[in-house]
Write a protein of this length. Structure first.
Length: 102
Protein backbone atom coordinates (compact mmCIF):
# COMPACT_ATOMS: atom_id res chain seq x y z
CA UNK A 1 0.00 0.00 0.00
CA UNK A 2 1.01 3.61 -0.42
CA UNK A 3 1.66 6.15 2.32
CA UNK A 4 -1.58 7.88 1.33
CA UNK A 5 -3.59 4.69 1.83
CA UNK A 6 -1.81 3.98 5.10
CA UNK A 7 -2.58 7.49 6.33
CA UNK A 8 -6.28 7.23 5.45
CA UNK A 9 -6.55 3.90 7.25
CA UNK A 10 -4.65 5.34 10.23
CA UNK A 11 -7.15 8.22 10.30
CA UNK A 12 -10.04 5.73 10.38
CA UNK A 13 -8.29 3.97 13.27
CA UNK A 14 -7.86 7.31 15.06
CA UNK A 15 -11.54 8.02 14.57
CA UNK A 16 -12.47 4.70 16.19
CA UNK A 17 -10.00 4.78 19.05
CA UNK A 18 -9.31 8.47 19.63
CA UNK A 19 -12.78 9.87 19.01
CA UNK A 20 -14.84 6.76 19.83
CA UNK A 21 -16.56 7.05 16.47
CA UNK A 22 -17.38 3.37 16.27
CA UNK A 23 -19.44 1.73 13.53
CA UNK A 24 -22.55 2.03 15.72
CA UNK A 25 -21.82 5.74 16.17
CA UNK A 26 -21.38 6.13 12.40
CA UNK A 27 -24.67 4.29 11.86
CA UNK A 28 -26.46 6.98 13.85
CA UNK A 29 -25.59 9.58 11.22
CA UNK A 30 -28.36 10.02 8.69
CA UNK A 31 -28.85 12.38 5.77
CA UNK A 32 -25.42 11.55 4.32
CA UNK A 33 -23.64 13.45 7.13
CA UNK A 34 -20.38 11.49 6.85
CA UNK A 35 -20.21 12.07 3.10
CA UNK A 36 -21.16 15.73 3.49
CA UNK A 37 -18.34 16.30 5.98
CA UNK A 38 -15.90 14.47 3.68
CA UNK A 39 -17.04 16.72 0.83
CA UNK A 40 -16.48 19.81 2.96
CA UNK A 41 -12.87 18.81 3.64
CA UNK A 42 -12.28 17.99 -0.04
CA UNK A 43 -13.79 21.32 -1.11
CA UNK A 44 -11.59 23.08 1.42
CA UNK A 45 -8.57 21.55 -0.35
CA UNK A 46 -9.86 22.54 -3.81
CA UNK A 47 -10.63 26.09 -2.75
CA UNK A 48 -7.27 26.53 -1.02
CA UNK A 49 -5.44 25.50 -4.21
CA UNK A 50 -7.37 28.05 -6.27
CA UNK A 51 -6.75 30.83 -3.80
CA UNK A 52 -3.03 30.17 -3.65
CA UNK A 53 -2.78 29.83 -7.44
CA UNK A 54 -4.31 33.30 -7.81
CA UNK A 55 -2.02 34.84 -5.21
CA UNK A 56 -4.81 35.67 -2.81
CA UNK A 57 -4.66 35.37 0.95
CA UNK A 58 -6.08 32.07 2.11
CA UNK A 59 -9.21 32.09 4.20
CA UNK A 60 -11.57 29.30 5.14
CA UNK A 61 -13.72 28.21 2.24
CA UNK A 62 -16.95 30.09 1.95
CA UNK A 63 -19.46 27.56 0.71
CA UNK A 64 -18.02 24.39 2.26
CA UNK A 65 -20.06 25.14 5.35
CA UNK A 66 -23.24 24.26 3.46
CA UNK A 67 -22.03 20.64 3.49
CA UNK A 68 -21.12 20.60 7.19
CA UNK A 69 -23.87 19.06 9.33
CA UNK A 70 -25.29 21.55 11.83
CA UNK A 71 -23.85 19.95 14.96
CA UNK A 72 -20.40 19.11 13.53
CA UNK A 73 -17.23 21.12 14.02
CA UNK A 74 -15.33 21.90 10.82
CA UNK A 75 -11.60 22.12 11.53
CA UNK A 76 -9.52 22.36 8.35
CA UNK A 77 -5.79 21.81 8.90
CA UNK A 78 -3.58 21.70 5.82
CA UNK A 79 -4.12 20.49 2.25
CA UNK A 80 -2.91 16.92 2.68
CA UNK A 81 -4.51 16.45 6.09
CA UNK A 82 -7.83 17.76 4.78
CA UNK A 83 -7.76 15.18 1.97
CA UNK A 84 -6.89 12.35 4.36
CA UNK A 85 -9.82 13.34 6.57
CA UNK A 86 -12.09 13.59 3.53
CA UNK A 87 -11.13 10.10 2.35
CA UNK A 88 -11.57 8.59 5.82
CA UNK A 89 -15.02 10.15 6.17
CA UNK A 90 -16.03 8.88 2.73
CA UNK A 91 -14.89 5.38 3.71
CA UNK A 92 -16.94 5.68 6.89
CA UNK A 93 -20.00 6.56 4.81
CA UNK A 94 -19.42 3.61 2.44
CA UNK A 95 -19.05 1.28 5.43
CA UNK A 96 -22.29 2.69 6.92
CA UNK A 97 -24.12 2.07 3.62
CA UNK A 98 -22.77 -1.50 3.48
CA UNK A 99 -23.90 -2.23 7.06
CA UNK A 100 -27.35 -0.78 6.36
CA UNK A 101 -27.72 -3.02 3.30
CA UNK A 102 -27.25 -6.20 5.36
Amino acid sequence: MSKATDDVLAERQRQWQGEDWTPSHDDSHKDRELARMGAAYALQYVHRAGVIAHGMKYTQLVGAEEYVPDDWEFKPKNPRRDLVRAAALLIAEIERIDRAAK
